[in-house]
Design a protein around this ligand. Sequence first.
Ligand SMILES: Nc1nc2c(ncn2[C@@H]2O[C@H](COP(=O)(O)OP(=O)(O)OP(=O)(O)O)[C@@H](O)[C@H]2O)c(=O)[nH]1
Ligand SMILES: [Mg+2]
Length: 303
Amino acid sequence: MFKFFKSKLKKVAISLKKFSIGRKLKALFSKKLDASLFEELEKLFYESDLGVKIALELTDKVREILKKDPDTSSDEILKILKAELLNDIIEYEEVEKKKPHVIMIVGVNGSGKTTSIAKIAKHYKDEGKKVLLIAADTYRAAAVDQLASWAEKTDVDIVKSKQGSDPSSVVFDGLTAALNRDVDIVIIDTAGRLHTKTGLMQELEKLKRVSNKVIENSPHETLLVVDATSGQNGVDGAKIFNSYTPISSIFLTKLDGTAKGGIVLSIQKEIKVPIQWIGLGEKLGDITAFNAKEFVDDLLSTE
Ligand SMILES: Nc1nc2c(ncn2[C@@H]2O[C@H](COP(=O)(O)OP(=O)(O)OP(=O)(O)O)[C@@H](O)[C@H]2O)c(=O)[nH]1
Ligand SMILES: [Mg+2]
């Protein structure tokens, strides 16, 4: 297990450096102090998808530092900003897992739910856990087949039913099977839904009720899958999802597809939910556990 984290974190350290705004910041700090500096600073923060709130806060912070001591070195300023950003990050804390541990996956269409489920399934399978997938996306024709094909590739069990059937009955059947088969980890795939569709959002509440009926206190985790390339839209959507169905952590996908890493921070600031996983590609191995300190170090790296 240690090996998994070690190798994955190494990969992340390499690929997240591309988000760095540290060098640009350093260059800005070497300019003379005037109003245009702060304007440029705010623009830089904003352009890296940090969101308006964080962009303003960080700019104010720099203003305050330089007001106190105009000679503060750029390295010192970056150190303070790192601490400031880390302060906003809620670290994911591993939850104690009782058998069967139920994880429900939710998110908007195409955010990467099904692919991420396969990645998580492989992660637990590699840890020696018995994993069961439940195909509760019964809306889209290919959805069940897609999950079934991942189940085959990762060599884990799956409970499915026909397209068009009631997703809550699949959840019921799947969880009952999990109890009978001595499963460690259950992962429920749900249909993609737009956070603005009230009926579909309420359906998630129903799925949770059914889950809780079969296995008390389940789902134990509700993971929201957010596409990192969706910027502020993704952040707004996450907020609404969280209001309907409390989210325990986030799987941020497609971070390989964006040059801006700020969404990691703005999403946490806006909905106060920890990021647990990061997706860095379409393959099973393209997953890493999110590490706040490394991420902030990379974001403000001057290398
Ligand atoms: N580059 C990249 N692509 C990803 C990542 N995660 C998922 N994808 C791709 O995103 C597309 C959608 O992925 P799905 O897993 O089908 O998304 P979904 O949320 O299940 O979609 P619906 O079930 O239709 O709502 C696929 O082409 C995936 O290969 C990632 O971390 N990086
Ligand atoms: Mg899907």
